[in-house]
Design a binder for this molecule. Sequence first.
Ligand code: ZN
Length: 379
Amino acid sequence: MASSAGPTLAAPVLAGRRVLLLDRARMYVCGITPYDVTHLGHAATFVWVDALGRVLRMLGVEPEVCRNVTDVDDVLDVAASRASAPFDAFAAIQQYHFEHDLTALHVRPVRYEPRAHRYIEHVIRLAQGLEVAGHAYARSGSVYFRGQDVAAEAGLDRAEALRLSAEYGGRPDDPAKDDPLDVAVWQAAEAGHPAWDSPWGPGRPGWHAECVAMAMSTFGVGVDVHAGGADLRFPHHAYHAAMAEAFTGVRPYARAWLHAGTVTVGGVKMAKSAGNLVLVSDLLTRFTPAAVRLMILDRRWAQDWDYSEEALEAAAARLADLYQAAGRAGPGSGSADAPAAGEVRRLLAADLDVPAALSVALDDGGAAARLLVATLGLD
Ligand SMILES: [Zn+2]
């Protein structure tokens, strides 16, 4: 967006907050646990992160995206043993399918893609540091992070926090803990799970601690944006931030959070257990990647939404209108400096307001529509 007036300030609004940026943005996104096929609910989060990266690039900021692979995970262990496969080989195959689907959706490759099993030493150091700083304690071969304040920080009452903790594998009923809201940074070895040596005996990293180790190793004490699905808000992201801040003393760990809305089918959250998975690979046999992207992006990112075949058909029709608009001359004779193009740029920088930007692009056509198509990867 260079112009004759010189460089322009990059000050996008994210999650309602202005985030001043110089020339790069450190973006960490919680990636997949590679235990099953990629469905639309997962893909939507990564398409949003991709769109944010493209908008930042439009503003002259290089997005440095780190999307981890949680290949050390209790759910993955169960799936791998059911398939009679070693956890790492099983994960590698699932990761291949995931990346294949994202590439098909024109999601740009990310700069960093750390895999949890390579960060065991980092998690051990994290646990040692938290223990030395008084934020964690070793017991029965595990190391627990003191988490009694995390619920309040996240704006949850204790009962709701305990319910979510149990739902997401936090084991609030583990009798070794001082407080049910404490979580394992390091988990003592158990049958059916991989184990590594540690100062506390054999064991494996805790889920939140893995992400902390990967984010900190990649970016240092903090990130500009941390992204993930809305269901990761608590406990995963709340504990990630709390552990990172306790370890480094630097607050806030993340300048902005992007929690992409949950995708439902007929009002029910998309999940394997619900039997309502919509697979990206299936959609792409009938629709273009751009139509699928537009269906995902034509809303505010935090909004929950319901998938339907009609929604996808509507997105495909809207995309055809957008292409037609892009072919018109439009006001400002097609220059990227046309006022309407500037308005599209402004709206995308305003917390990724795609619906408003799309409306301007459809009304004014020409450069505004072409800018939107190019920026959101809709070509
Ligand atoms: Zn994470």
